[in-house]
Ligand binder design. Structure first.
Ligand code: NAP
Length: 314
Protein backbone atom coordinates (compact mmCIF):
# COMPACT_ATOMS: atom_id res chain seq x y z
CA UNK A 1 0.00 0.00 0.00
CA UNK A 2 1.34 3.40 -0.98
CA UNK A 3 1.92 5.73 1.98
CA UNK A 4 1.15 8.75 -0.18
CA UNK A 5 -2.06 10.57 0.65
CA UNK A 6 -3.66 12.21 -2.37
CA UNK A 7 -5.48 15.53 -2.14
CA UNK A 8 -8.21 14.53 -4.55
CA UNK A 9 -8.85 11.42 -6.60
CA UNK A 10 -11.28 11.63 -9.50
CA UNK A 11 -12.85 8.35 -10.54
CA UNK A 12 -13.81 8.41 -14.22
CA UNK A 13 -12.70 10.09 -17.44
CA UNK A 14 -15.95 11.18 -19.05
CA UNK A 15 -17.00 14.83 -19.28
CA UNK A 16 -17.63 15.09 -15.54
CA UNK A 17 -14.33 13.53 -14.48
CA UNK A 18 -12.13 15.40 -16.95
CA UNK A 19 -13.76 18.76 -16.19
CA UNK A 20 -13.20 18.12 -12.49
CA UNK A 21 -9.57 17.29 -13.36
CA UNK A 22 -9.07 20.54 -15.30
CA UNK A 23 -10.45 22.60 -12.40
CA UNK A 24 -8.65 20.80 -9.58
CA UNK A 25 -5.38 20.76 -11.53
CA UNK A 26 -5.61 24.49 -12.20
CA UNK A 27 -6.26 24.93 -8.46
CA UNK A 28 -2.88 23.25 -7.82
CA UNK A 29 -4.44 20.25 -6.10
CA UNK A 30 -2.36 17.77 -8.14
CA UNK A 31 -5.37 15.50 -8.89
CA UNK A 32 -5.09 11.81 -9.67
CA UNK A 33 -7.63 10.46 -12.18
CA UNK A 34 -8.53 6.78 -12.26
CA UNK A 35 -9.23 5.67 -15.81
CA UNK A 36 -11.55 2.69 -16.02
CA UNK A 37 -12.52 0.28 -18.78
CA UNK A 38 -13.86 2.90 -21.23
CA UNK A 39 -11.48 5.89 -21.14
CA UNK A 40 -13.33 9.02 -22.23
CA UNK A 41 -16.71 7.61 -21.27
CA UNK A 42 -19.84 7.28 -23.36
CA UNK A 43 -19.01 10.16 -25.72
CA UNK A 44 -16.19 8.14 -27.24
CA UNK A 45 -18.88 5.85 -28.68
CA UNK A 46 -20.72 8.78 -30.29
CA UNK A 47 -19.82 9.86 -33.79
CA UNK A 48 -20.89 13.49 -33.93
CA UNK A 49 -21.57 15.80 -30.98
CA UNK A 50 -23.55 18.76 -32.26
CA UNK A 51 -24.79 20.29 -29.02
CA UNK A 52 -21.59 20.84 -27.04
CA UNK A 53 -21.20 24.64 -26.98
CA UNK A 54 -18.20 26.07 -28.76
CA UNK A 55 -18.17 23.83 -31.83
CA UNK A 56 -20.19 25.52 -34.52
CA UNK A 57 -20.16 22.58 -36.91
CA UNK A 58 -20.00 19.83 -34.28
CA UNK A 59 -17.10 17.67 -33.13
CA UNK A 60 -16.69 13.91 -33.00
CA UNK A 61 -16.97 12.45 -29.52
CA UNK A 62 -13.53 10.86 -29.46
CA UNK A 63 -11.78 14.11 -30.43
CA UNK A 64 -13.73 16.07 -27.83
CA UNK A 65 -12.74 13.69 -25.04
CA UNK A 66 -9.14 13.39 -26.24
CA UNK A 67 -8.84 17.19 -26.23
CA UNK A 68 -10.36 17.40 -22.75
CA UNK A 69 -7.87 14.81 -21.50
CA UNK A 70 -4.92 16.73 -22.96
CA UNK A 71 -6.27 19.93 -21.43
CA UNK A 72 -6.39 18.23 -18.00
CA UNK A 73 -2.89 16.79 -18.48
CA UNK A 74 -1.51 20.22 -19.45
CA UNK A 75 -2.20 21.46 -15.91
CA UNK A 76 -0.53 18.45 -14.29
CA UNK A 77 -3.36 15.92 -13.88
CA UNK A 78 -1.98 12.43 -13.30
CA UNK A 79 -3.77 9.41 -14.80
CA UNK A 80 -3.78 5.83 -13.53
CA UNK A 81 -5.46 2.85 -15.20
CA UNK A 82 -7.55 0.65 -12.95
CA UNK A 83 -10.98 -0.15 -11.62
CA UNK A 84 -12.12 0.75 -8.14
CA UNK A 85 -13.49 -2.45 -6.62
CA UNK A 86 -14.60 -1.07 -3.26
CA UNK A 87 -14.15 1.95 -1.02
CA UNK A 88 -13.92 2.70 2.66
CA UNK A 89 -15.38 6.12 3.33
CA UNK A 90 -15.53 5.56 7.09
CA UNK A 91 -11.77 5.96 7.32
CA UNK A 92 -9.84 9.22 7.17
CA UNK A 93 -8.18 9.62 4.72
CA UNK A 94 -10.68 7.84 2.46
CA UNK A 95 -9.56 4.49 1.03
CA UNK A 96 -10.08 3.36 -2.57
CA UNK A 97 -9.38 -0.31 -3.22
CA UNK A 98 -8.26 -1.46 -6.68
CA UNK A 99 -7.47 -4.99 -7.88
CA UNK A 100 -3.76 -4.33 -7.47
CA UNK A 101 -3.55 -1.94 -4.57
CA UNK A 102 -5.07 0.83 -2.56
CA UNK A 103 -5.16 4.63 -2.76
CA UNK A 104 -5.60 6.98 0.18
CA UNK A 105 -7.07 10.37 -0.45
CA UNK A 106 -8.56 13.34 1.38
CA UNK A 107 -11.25 14.11 -1.21
CA UNK A 108 -12.96 11.99 -3.87
CA UNK A 109 -14.93 13.01 -6.95
CA UNK A 110 -17.00 10.13 -8.29
CA UNK A 111 -17.67 10.48 -12.01
CA UNK A 112 -18.11 6.85 -13.01
CA UNK A 113 -20.94 7.45 -15.50
CA UNK A 114 -23.52 4.91 -16.59
CA UNK A 115 -23.48 1.91 -18.90
CA UNK A 116 -26.14 0.81 -21.38
CA UNK A 117 -28.64 -1.65 -19.89
CA UNK A 118 -28.78 -5.02 -21.66
CA UNK A 119 -31.55 -7.60 -21.95
CA UNK A 120 -29.53 -10.28 -20.17
CA UNK A 121 -29.86 -12.96 -22.87
CA UNK A 122 -26.89 -15.34 -23.38
CA UNK A 123 -27.04 -14.75 -27.17
CA UNK A 124 -26.86 -11.00 -26.62
CA UNK A 125 -23.54 -11.42 -24.83
CA UNK A 126 -22.21 -13.82 -27.48
CA UNK A 127 -23.10 -11.49 -30.37
CA UNK A 128 -22.32 -8.16 -28.71
CA UNK A 129 -20.00 -5.92 -30.71
CA UNK A 130 -18.88 -7.47 -34.01
CA UNK A 131 -21.66 -10.06 -34.07
CA UNK A 132 -24.48 -7.61 -34.73
CA UNK A 133 -25.77 -6.71 -31.25
CA UNK A 134 -24.97 -3.14 -30.25
CA UNK A 135 -26.13 -0.28 -28.04
CA UNK A 136 -24.98 2.56 -30.28
CA UNK A 137 -26.64 3.41 -33.59
CA UNK A 138 -24.42 6.43 -34.13
CA UNK A 139 -21.35 4.20 -33.83
CA UNK A 140 -22.54 1.19 -35.78
CA UNK A 141 -25.53 2.25 -37.90
CA UNK A 142 -23.51 2.76 -41.08
CA UNK A 143 -22.49 -0.93 -41.05
CA UNK A 144 -26.13 -1.87 -41.72
CA UNK A 145 -26.67 -0.02 -44.98
CA UNK A 146 -29.60 -1.51 -46.95
CA UNK A 147 -30.22 -4.14 -44.26
CA UNK A 148 -33.12 -4.84 -41.90
CA UNK A 149 -32.47 -4.13 -38.22
CA UNK A 150 -34.45 -4.09 -34.98
CA UNK A 151 -34.36 -1.61 -32.11
CA UNK A 152 -35.47 -2.72 -28.65
CA UNK A 153 -36.98 -0.16 -26.26
CA UNK A 154 -39.69 2.45 -26.02
CA UNK A 155 -37.98 5.58 -24.65
CA UNK A 156 -36.37 8.60 -26.30
CA UNK A 157 -33.15 6.67 -26.87
CA UNK A 158 -34.93 3.90 -28.76
CA UNK A 159 -36.86 6.46 -30.82
CA UNK A 160 -33.69 8.39 -31.58
CA UNK A 161 -31.79 5.22 -32.55
CA UNK A 162 -34.64 4.03 -34.78
CA UNK A 163 -34.89 7.38 -36.56
CA UNK A 164 -31.11 7.57 -37.01
CA UNK A 165 -31.00 4.06 -38.46
CA UNK A 166 -33.55 4.97 -41.16
CA UNK A 167 -30.71 6.90 -42.84
CA UNK A 168 -28.98 3.62 -43.66
CA UNK A 169 -31.25 0.65 -43.21
CA UNK A 170 -34.01 -0.69 -45.46
CA UNK A 171 -36.35 -1.40 -42.57
CA UNK A 172 -36.22 -0.66 -38.84
CA UNK A 173 -38.48 -2.69 -36.55
CA UNK A 174 -39.04 -1.10 -33.16
CA UNK A 175 -39.83 -3.72 -30.53
CA UNK A 176 -41.44 -2.53 -27.31
CA UNK A 177 -42.76 -4.47 -24.33
CA UNK A 178 -45.84 -2.26 -23.99
CA UNK A 179 -48.36 -0.82 -26.45
CA UNK A 180 -47.23 2.81 -26.24
CA UNK A 181 -43.88 4.55 -26.34
CA UNK A 182 -42.46 6.26 -23.30
CA UNK A 183 -40.59 8.65 -25.62
CA UNK A 184 -41.55 12.34 -25.78
CA UNK A 185 -44.45 13.27 -28.05
CA UNK A 186 -42.32 14.78 -30.80
CA UNK A 187 -40.17 11.64 -30.99
CA UNK A 188 -43.22 9.35 -30.82
CA UNK A 189 -44.87 11.21 -33.67
CA UNK A 190 -41.73 11.07 -35.81
CA UNK A 191 -41.29 7.34 -35.21
CA UNK A 192 -44.92 6.46 -35.89
CA UNK A 193 -45.00 8.56 -39.08
CA UNK A 194 -41.79 7.20 -40.55
CA UNK A 195 -42.30 4.95 -43.55
CA UNK A 196 -39.22 2.82 -42.84
CA UNK A 197 -40.14 2.11 -39.18
CA UNK A 198 -42.54 -0.66 -38.23
CA UNK A 199 -43.57 -1.30 -34.63
CA UNK A 200 -43.99 -4.52 -32.71
CA UNK A 201 -46.07 -3.77 -29.61
CA UNK A 202 -46.31 -5.86 -26.45
CA UNK A 203 -43.39 -8.00 -27.50
CA UNK A 204 -40.37 -9.14 -25.54
CA UNK A 205 -37.20 -10.49 -27.11
CA UNK A 206 -36.66 -14.03 -25.84
CA UNK A 207 -33.68 -14.91 -28.00
CA UNK A 208 -31.29 -13.53 -30.60
CA UNK A 209 -30.51 -15.92 -33.45
CA UNK A 210 -27.16 -16.46 -35.13
CA UNK A 211 -24.83 -17.44 -32.26
CA UNK A 212 -23.32 -20.40 -34.14
CA UNK A 213 -22.69 -18.34 -37.25
CA UNK A 214 -21.37 -15.49 -35.01
CA UNK A 215 -23.69 -13.14 -36.91
CA UNK A 216 -27.20 -11.97 -36.04
CA UNK A 217 -29.87 -13.48 -38.30
CA UNK A 218 -33.03 -12.66 -36.37
CA UNK A 219 -34.81 -12.27 -33.05
CA UNK A 220 -37.40 -14.45 -31.31
CA UNK A 221 -40.32 -12.52 -29.85
CA UNK A 222 -43.05 -13.44 -27.40
CA UNK A 223 -46.27 -11.47 -27.11
CA UNK A 224 -46.67 -10.50 -23.46
CA UNK A 225 -50.44 -11.05 -23.43
CA UNK A 226 -51.09 -13.97 -25.79
CA UNK A 227 -47.73 -15.74 -25.31
CA UNK A 228 -47.59 -16.20 -29.09
CA UNK A 229 -44.05 -16.53 -30.43
CA UNK A 230 -42.58 -15.41 -33.75
CA UNK A 231 -39.26 -14.70 -35.45
CA UNK A 232 -38.20 -11.50 -37.16
CA UNK A 233 -35.34 -11.67 -39.61
CA UNK A 234 -32.70 -8.98 -39.20
CA UNK A 235 -28.97 -8.34 -39.44
CA UNK A 236 -28.57 -5.97 -36.49
CA UNK A 237 -30.05 -5.67 -33.00
CA UNK A 238 -29.85 -2.25 -31.36
CA UNK A 239 -30.62 -2.35 -27.64
CA UNK A 240 -31.87 0.97 -26.23
CA UNK A 241 -33.51 0.15 -22.92
CA UNK A 242 -31.89 2.74 -20.68
CA UNK A 243 -28.73 2.90 -18.63
CA UNK A 244 -27.37 1.52 -15.37
CA UNK A 245 -25.23 3.84 -13.23
CA UNK A 246 -21.74 2.53 -12.45
CA UNK A 247 -22.03 2.80 -8.69
CA UNK A 248 -21.57 -0.77 -7.39
CA UNK A 249 -18.33 -0.07 -5.47
CA UNK A 250 -20.13 2.60 -3.42
CA UNK A 251 -23.13 0.54 -2.29
CA UNK A 252 -23.26 0.46 1.50
CA UNK A 253 -20.95 3.49 1.74
CA UNK A 254 -23.05 6.14 0.01
CA UNK A 255 -26.77 6.56 -0.45
CA UNK A 256 -28.14 5.25 -3.76
CA UNK A 257 -31.67 5.55 -5.11
CA UNK A 258 -33.68 2.47 -6.12
CA UNK A 259 -32.09 2.49 -9.60
CA UNK A 260 -28.55 2.75 -8.19
CA UNK A 261 -27.93 6.46 -8.86
CA UNK A 262 -25.84 8.27 -6.23
CA UNK A 263 -27.98 10.53 -4.08
CA UNK A 264 -26.68 13.95 -3.00
CA UNK A 265 -26.92 15.24 0.55
CA UNK A 266 -30.01 17.40 1.18
CA UNK A 267 -29.53 20.93 -0.15
CA UNK A 268 -26.77 19.98 -2.59
CA UNK A 269 -26.55 18.61 -6.12
CA UNK A 270 -22.98 17.45 -5.78
CA UNK A 271 -22.03 16.75 -2.16
CA UNK A 272 -22.74 13.28 -0.82
CA UNK A 273 -23.43 12.71 2.86
CA UNK A 274 -19.73 11.82 3.37
CA UNK A 275 -17.62 14.97 3.81
CA UNK A 276 -15.12 15.43 1.00
CA UNK A 277 -16.86 12.94 -1.32
CA UNK A 278 -18.68 14.34 -4.37
CA UNK A 279 -20.68 12.81 -7.21
CA UNK A 280 -20.88 14.27 -10.73
CA UNK A 281 -22.30 13.31 -14.11
CA UNK A 282 -24.39 10.34 -15.18
CA UNK A 283 -23.65 8.26 -12.07
CA UNK A 284 -25.72 10.81 -10.15
CA UNK A 285 -28.01 12.25 -12.84
CA UNK A 286 -30.71 10.26 -14.57
CA UNK A 287 -32.63 13.34 -15.70
CA UNK A 288 -30.41 15.46 -17.96
CA UNK A 289 -27.61 13.02 -18.94
CA UNK A 290 -25.92 15.48 -21.28
CA UNK A 291 -22.21 16.04 -21.92
CA UNK A 292 -22.53 19.68 -20.94
CA UNK A 293 -24.49 19.00 -17.73
CA UNK A 294 -21.95 16.34 -16.74
CA UNK A 295 -19.14 18.82 -17.39
CA UNK A 296 -21.00 21.40 -15.27
CA UNK A 297 -21.36 18.92 -12.41
CA UNK A 298 -17.65 18.08 -12.68
CA UNK A 299 -16.82 21.77 -12.35
CA UNK A 300 -19.10 22.12 -9.31
CA UNK A 301 -17.56 19.05 -7.67
CA UNK A 302 -14.05 20.44 -8.21
CA UNK A 303 -14.94 23.78 -6.64
CA UNK A 304 -16.63 22.03 -3.71
CA UNK A 305 -13.59 19.79 -3.19
CA UNK A 306 -11.20 22.74 -3.35
CA UNK A 307 -13.19 24.67 -0.74
CA UNK A 308 -13.54 21.66 1.51
CA UNK A 309 -9.79 20.94 1.38
CA UNK A 310 -9.06 24.59 2.18
CA UNK A 311 -11.42 24.44 5.18
CA UNK A 312 -9.53 21.37 6.43
CA UNK A 313 -6.27 23.34 6.11
CA UNK A 314 -4.86 20.96 3.49
P1 NAP B 1 -35.83 5.30 -20.61
O1 NAP B 1 -36.60 6.55 -20.82
O2 NAP B 1 -35.66 4.77 -19.24
O3 NAP B 1 -36.55 4.19 -21.51
C1 NAP B 1 -36.14 2.85 -21.47
C2 NAP B 1 -37.10 2.04 -22.35
O4 NAP B 1 -36.65 0.71 -22.37
C3 NAP B 1 -38.53 2.05 -21.82
O5 NAP B 1 -39.42 2.14 -22.89
C4 NAP B 1 -38.62 0.70 -21.12
O6 NAP B 1 -39.90 0.13 -21.17
C5 NAP B 1 -37.69 -0.16 -21.93
N1 NAP B 1 -37.07 -1.21 -21.14
C6 NAP B 1 -36.39 -1.08 -19.95
N2 NAP B 1 -35.93 -2.28 -19.54
C7 NAP B 1 -36.33 -3.17 -20.49
C8 NAP B 1 -36.17 -4.57 -20.63
N3 NAP B 1 -35.47 -5.30 -19.75
N4 NAP B 1 -36.71 -5.16 -21.72
C9 NAP B 1 -37.40 -4.45 -22.64
N5 NAP B 1 -37.58 -3.14 -22.55
C10 NAP B 1 -37.05 -2.50 -21.49
O7 NAP B 1 -34.34 5.36 -21.20
P2 NAP B 1 -33.79 6.22 -22.42
O8 NAP B 1 -34.66 6.10 -23.60
O9 NAP B 1 -32.36 5.83 -22.55
O10 NAP B 1 -33.87 7.71 -21.92
C11 NAP B 1 -33.26 8.08 -20.67
C12 NAP B 1 -33.43 9.60 -20.46
O11 NAP B 1 -32.69 10.33 -21.44
C13 NAP B 1 -34.86 10.04 -20.59
O12 NAP B 1 -35.09 11.06 -19.66
C14 NAP B 1 -34.95 10.55 -21.99
O13 NAP B 1 -35.98 11.52 -22.16
C15 NAP B 1 -33.57 11.18 -22.18
N6 NAP B 1 -33.19 11.18 -23.60
C16 NAP B 1 -33.57 12.23 -24.36
C17 NAP B 1 -33.28 12.26 -25.72
C18 NAP B 1 -33.72 13.42 -26.55
O14 NAP B 1 -34.40 14.27 -26.03
N7 NAP B 1 -33.37 13.49 -27.80
C19 NAP B 1 -32.61 11.18 -26.31
C20 NAP B 1 -32.25 10.12 -25.52
C21 NAP B 1 -32.55 10.12 -24.16
P3 NAP B 1 -41.17 0.78 -20.41
O15 NAP B 1 -41.56 1.96 -21.21
O16 NAP B 1 -42.17 -0.32 -20.42
O17 NAP B 1 -40.66 1.11 -19.04
Amino acid sequence: MSEQIENVVIIGTGCAGLTAAIYTARANLNPLVIEGALPGGQLTTTSEVENYPGFETGIDGFTLMDTMRKQAARFGTRFQHGTIESVDFTSNPRRLILADGEIQTRAVIIATGASPRLLGLPAEKALYGGGGVTTCATCDGAFYRNMDVVVVGGGDSAAEEALFLTRFCSKVTLIHRRDELRASKIMRDRVLAHEKIVTEWNQVVTDILGVEEKEVSGVRLRHVETGEEKTITCKGVFIAIGHVPNTKPFAGQLELDESGYLLPAPGSMIRTKVPGVYAAGDCADHVYRQAITAAGMGCQAAIEAERWLAEQDF
